[in-house]
Design a binder for this molecule. Sequence first.
Ligand code: BG6
Length: 477
Amino acid sequence: IPVEPFDLVLFGATGDLARRKILPGLFHRFAVGQMPGSARIIGSARSEMSAEAFRADVARAIREVAPDTPEREETLAAFLERLDYVAIDVGGEAGWSDLTRCLRNDVVRAFYLSVAPSLFAGIARQLDAHGLATRDSRIVVEKPFGRNLDTARDLNAGLRASFAEHQIYRIDHYLGKETVQNLMALRFANSLFEPLWNATHIDHVQITVAESLGIEGREAYYDRAGAMRDMVQNHLMQLLCLTAMEPPAKFTPNSVRDEKVKVIEALDPVPPEDIARGQYAAKAGGDGYLDHVGNPDSRTESFVAMKVHVANWRWAGTPFYLRTGKRLRARESEIAVFFRDPPHTIFPGTGPLKGNVLAIRLQPDEGIRLQTTIKDPGPGGFRLAGVSLDMSFADALGEEAQAPDAYERLLMDVIRGDQTLFMRGDEVEAAWAWIDPIIARFDDSRDRPAPYDQGSSGPEEALMLMHRDHRRWRQIG
Ligand code: BG6
């Protein structure tokens, strides 16, 4: 279904994210017919360049990522006609009136700030001052949304000086992933799981976002962020919230986000012994984290594992274990829910119960797998074996499972005016309020993160975190 006609102004239009994700995402929505023919995308950046040069650059970016189908060039030519370019130095006065002339009054208006967060408030102010921000226009911002509670508050205040909360779209691209949304469908559109979704029936939950890549090309940013700020404060927190939250009364932006905030506010502080930090080590020829950031003294973590308690009625006594890291054995992300064993076994001596584990796979091969225990087939006595009910979305749904990139979904939600999959200001602040003391402790301590081998599943300390509790991480890769 096509969305309404719109003018989308993309600040930072020549930057990496715009070229890799945003513009190809818009192109794909155009190709499948979701973007109306009258929609317009106005790229903006500091450099003076003609609209033609911008289009040529976008064409190059799209050819790099979009599959080379017989229709691609024709669709691309039509898409490029939707594009325009206005040079604006966002710190100054030049260019804003050109932008004013470009925009139409009778269509949805959205401003996408794919720029450094230090520019958010200034751009918002200029949009307001030049009368470009209408009551209904939307402003979209990217992470990092601050580096602690204070800076996040400042960013919120800066945006809210010119835009109301219902106009502000804070992106966490994990919320645009198909399986992440499916987690809500799984929990709240089925009667099978929700009655068991609590501490009485669930022993623990493991949330893993493992990456095989390192910090290629982003050394300066990453060394100031580390895995806690880069991944835990946002993506892992969102996965935790959607797994742990109470059923919202309605599938509306504020119902869903109210429930997520309650989860974050219920999180216990994390004691030092419940966190393991790691940093990927050098291989024989160097190529370790410290080589990459060019700082032999860096104490920034490229891996973190932690045990988290959601201190509320539903989850008391059921820990959530989170882990994420770079240069691990595989790119693999999942939420694994471990159900408790049956209270009594009537099959003594038939081998250990395999346990029920519900694994919701985000990537690769999105899908859901339920580990069950069955009788080992055959006449040779009664033995138990583990078997998985495995649903890969690609196999089950074929073509339709060709999940659009997370950005595509989120971009269309901005135009539709649906904030459900975007973070609310108080949600971001609550996440920082919980994370800040943890990071402050890292900063105060002289301890270095534990080195771990590249291609492994993280440092020994992370394994110990589980062993201590007589549990084991699921295997990565
Ligand atoms: C980004 C982080 O937000 O998410 C990156 O800044 C990380 O460090 C990326 O690699 C992971 O996203 P995805 O979609 O590839 O899992």
